[in-house]
Design a protein around this ligand. Structure first.
Ligand SMILES: Nc1ncnc2c1ncn2[C@@H]1O[C@H](COP(=O)(O)OP(=O)(O)O)[C@@H](O)[C@H]1O
Ligand SMILES: [Mg+2]
Length: 418
């Protein structure tokens, strides 16, 4: 008797049975699959729309599918930026009864882009720096949690705009493993492989004349390692402070906050003679600014977007003469009188272009450009109107970017800000 299709899903959705599982993924008809941009991959990966959401389907051996599904579930519970698992489909057979590989389904990460879709012509130095900064931060976060990735690369990462920066998400966990804690050797091995992969990917770009001439793949690979090491050290290094300079403890915490981390646990030990204190962060959590903004306003945004909004909130506090007022009160005032009216002014049909917090960030940038150009104070509502007409209307839709569009439409790096 032929074995039946088996579906293991995070949230049960019977529509999953409606997909053409009896066909190899490569042969799924065009009315089922969406043409979203994909990174380079070993397996066949395609996108489908199901019950109103977009899913990525990866055809992969059944043990590997189950393993990756499990790992992605664990990563999600640890709050790591990664794609969310949806289901594993096994027991697939063709109409003739021949077995097919299993499928791993993950949620398409909205507003995320593979690195190659981030630029239309050539990768420029500033973009390369921002991408690798984001990747270094992601690797550090994974390593802090004991996750060994095993195949770090730009293709195994998705990027989302995060104010002026990017944030990176893990997309391919196939080679990963979660440990109690990583050894220095495991970390070194992982980051070395990252370096090799990134250099290879940039050499590919170079061969296709998609890399600015002044960019050197090897130097960029080294830059990734350097950034990783710096950040790792800043987050984990033991520091010795003299007991009469205890303010340096707070100083260390402030520096970690500036890097976007909260200290959940710090170990402190004093010398036998009591003259010095050894401090070392034990548990640090990324998301310092986004948590703070969430507490104040209920807005759930990415880390650098949160920094930007908190800055705007501070500016508002000063300009509206509320420096002595309660912070929660001012935050509420800012939310209802500044932030919400601005994003509400964005026509519904333009909201798929960028995430709303990202739109707000760009409005602030646009306002700054306007005021520089015209040497005057530009009120926010005027900046909003000008931004919508002159910038946003000309942007491509990035919520679920359709591949065909990327060919004709300018990528973000080519769109003038004002
Ligand atoms: N959930 C997802 N959201 C957006 N893109 C995805 C998703 N899953 C996969 N992709 C795209 O498909 C590509 C290949 O997926 P990946 O898991 O790396 O497959 P492989 O194991 O074959 O390398 C990725 O680089 C990414 O661009
Ligand atoms: Mg991959």
């Amino acid at each position: 008797m032929a074995q039946a299709l088996t579906i293991t899903a995070v949230t049960p959705d019977s529509a999953l049975f409606d997909l053409p599982w009896q066909l190899p993924l490569e042969e799924w008809p065009d009315d089922v699959v969406l043409a979203l941009p994909r990174g380079i991959s070993r397996h066949v990966v395609r996108f489908v729309k199901l019950s109103g959401r977009v899913l990525a389907v990866k055809e992969i051996a059944s043990y590997a599918a189950a393993r990756e599904y499990g790992l992605l579930k664990e990563l999600a519970s640890l709050d790591v930026p990664s794609v969310a698992p949806v289901a594993v489909v096994g027991g697939r057979r063709t109409a003739a009864g021949d077995p097919l590989d299993a499928a791993l389904l993950t949620q398409h990460l909205q507003f995320s882009l593979p690195y190659r879709a981030l630029f239309s012509y050539r990768l420029r130095p500033d973009m390369a720096t921002r991408l690798l900064d984001a990747l270094a931060l992601l690797i550090v976060r994974l390593h802090l949690l004991g996750f060994y990735w095993g195949d770090v690369s730009l293709s195994n990462t998705l990027f989302r705009r995060d104010a002026k920066e990017f944030s990176a998400y893990l997309v391919d966990a196939e080679t990963g493993a979660l440990y109690e804690q990583l050894t220095d050797g495991q970390r070194a091995y992982d980051i070395d492989l990252a370096r090799t992969n990134v250099i290879g990917e940039l050499m590919d770009l170079e061969a296709g004349e998609m890399l600015e001439d002044e960019l050197d793949p090897i130097a960029i690979g080294d830059f990734l390692v350097e950034r990783y090491d710096q950040l790792w050290l800043a987050l984990t290094e033991e520091e010795t402070i003299s007991t009469d300079a205890r303010w340096r403890l707070q100083d260390r915490i402030n520096r970690l906050n500036d890097l976007g981390f909260d200290v959940a646990e710090m170990s402190m030990a004093s010398d036998p003679d009591g003259t010095s204190l050894h401090i070392r962060p034990q548990v640090v959590d990324a998301g310092h600014h986004s948590r703070r903004l969430f507490r104040l306003t209920g807005l759930d945004v990415q880390e650098n977007q949160a920094r930007r909004l908190l800055n705007d909130l501070d500016t508002y506090r000063v300009h509206s003469d509320q420096t002595d007022a309660d912070e929660d009160f001012v935050a509420h005032d800012w939310l209802t009188h500044v932030f919400e009216p601005a994003v509400r002014a964005v026509p519904r049909e333009l909201r798929g272009k960028l995430e709303l917090p990202q739109i707000y960030h760009e409005i602030l940038e646009h306002r700054w450009f306007m005021s520089q150009r015209e040497s005057r104070y530009v009120p926010l509502d005027e900046a909003v109107a000008s931004y919508i007409d002159n910038v946003l209307a000309h942007r491509r839709d990035e919520s679920e970017l359709i591949l065909a569009d990327t060919i004709q439409l300018p990528a973000i790096d080519d769109v003038p800000m004002s």
